[in-house]
Design a protein around this ligand. Structure first.
Ligand code: SUG
Length: 435
């Protein structure tokens, strides 16, 4: 099942992510938080229609006034925003980012079947490479603990070492198995040993962090693989691996330029696989789809799911339709694999910040017993959808320009929405403004 991040009321475009083409290109465009949240919900509804249980994460508290206080801004909430607006627009924008919507970066998940202790492990991402994203870690940890019961899930602390070991969660983590609940090969995709190795390119995932996670998650060496990204592909805009490769069960699709020394690494990876079922290794060549087009279209930032009848569905952003190379390749894919059901969805508001369908979700693999130990308040049903749609329609703004972040009214508006959400989800007081 998947958990999607409900898009928060301060969704905006402030160009905070170096190396993320869409974030920089759309910087300072007006955003539409109402539309964004409804688009996100519509994607969740589609998954439910396809027969999957759908979880949801609450948005994080924004503006993050604690962050601005730590940076030295003083006074009441309005004073803090006013002085940040005067002294550092960057800090103000960071404090207002709704980036927790991209749940693929919330954490790394390992299913219980893969771990020595037969417990499902979850480690929140530290997101060290981007200041605005690093603000997510603390609340993610708290929220994961509210959702996943201790009896069946181990929620770890995020990686924190003296070295700069960046971790971006599931966006750089793949798993291959003959079937979700069978033991699988976990693939940790990394950019470099530390994030500082390449002075002018931001490499978000470090090998060191991935290794620590594999250890904390009690994974078997035999069923773990560390796969190095191709630095040129990062340079061209693949800031997370989930833009140039994807895996679900026995399907692994990747671009020929996604990984360094690809032929060798893929061959090493194959020797580690002990699956009784055929594993499809589908490499996209530059001739089929040039890397630049793959990155622009977000074709592989899609959700690949196995439906009850065994057929697989691929849920892609509408933007894929703009590229004939992608359409041609998809027809071939349909002919050669169990992927038969192709869906296109409109999540333009998220796409404009570099977030496709796969970025918006945190994928987990659970047994029935584990599923029953997930806080059911965070699992969507028709009634909850209606309540959320109603709240979004009535209280979310339909436009935020970058200067609106100075508007003192946005603080109370945002907190009112979050307060309503805690009532809908029955969580009690979880945000700092409520304590
Ligand atoms: O971290 N964008 C996010 C997009 C995350 C996409 N996630 C995955 N590929 N899994 C990021 O770069 C933009 C924020 C801004 O510019 O306002 C932003 O944070």
């Amino acid at each position: 099942m998947n958990f999607d991040g409900l898009i928060g009321p301060t969704h905006n475009y402030s160009g905070l992510s170096d190396g993320n083409i869409a974030s920089l290109k759309n910087s300072k465009q007006p955003s539409n938080p109402k539309k964004a949240a409804l688009q996100g919900l519509k994607k969740m509804k589609l998954l439910m229609e396809l027969g999957f249980p759908q979880g949801i994460f609450l948005p994080h508290e924004r503006p993050h006034l604690g962050f601005l206080r730590d940076k030295g801004f003083k006074g009441n909430d309005k004073n803090i925003i006013a002085s940040a607006a005067k002294k550092s627009r960057l800090l103000l924008n960071q404090a207002y980012s709704a980036s927790s919507m991209w749940a693929a970066n919330a954490a790394t998940f390992s299913p219980s079947v893969d771990s020595f202790d037969s417990i499902a492990h979850i480690t929140p991402a530290n997101l060290l490479s981007m200041q605005h994203r690093s603000l997510e870690t603390k609340f993610t940890y708290e929220q994961l603990n509210i959702i996943f019961h201790k009896s069946h899930f181990k929620v770890h602390n995020a990686i924190k070492t003296n070295e700069f070991l960046g971790d971006e969660g599931a966006a750089n983590h793949l798993r291959l198995s003959s079937n979700h609940l069978k033991k699988g090969l976990q693939i940790f995709v990394y950019g470099n040993s530390t994030n500082q190795d390449n002075s002018n390119i931001i490499v978000r995932q470090s090998k060191g962090a991935s290794e620590l996670i594999a250890k904390m998650h009690m994974l078997d060496n035999e069923n773990t693989f560390f796969l190095k990204q191709n630095i040129n592909s990062i340079k061209k805009g693949s800031f997370h691996n989930d833009i140039v490769s994807l895996a679900t069960e026995n399907i692994f699709i990747y671009h020929e330029d996604a990984f360094e020394d690809s032929k060798q690494q893929i061959s090493d990876l194959k020797t580690k696989l002990q699956s009784e079922k055929e594993i499809f290794f589908i490499e996209i060549s530059n001739q089929e789809i040039p890397l630049e087009i793959l990155i622009k279209s977000y074709l592989l930032n899609s959700q690949l799911v196995t439906k009850k009848d065994g057929e697989m569905a691929l849920i892609m952003p509408e933007e894929v339709n703009e590229y004939s190379e992608c359409k041609r390749w998809l027809e071939k894919l349909k002919g050669e694999t169990p992927i038969k059901d192709l869906r296109y969805i409109d999540i333009k508001q998220s796409m404009m910040n570099g977030g496709g369908p796969a970025c918006l979700r945190f994928k987990i693999v659970v047994t029935e017993d584990e599923f029953n130990n997930i806080n059911s308040n965070f699992i969507l049903n028709d009634n909850l959808i209606l309540k959320l749609e109603d709240l979004i329609q009535s209280l979310y703004r339909d436009s935020i320009e970058i200067d609106d972040l100075e508007d003192p009214g946005l603080i109370s508006e945002s907190f009112e929405i979050l307060d309503n959400l805690t009532q809908i989800f029955n969580t009690g007081s979880i945000y700092s403004f409520q304590k």
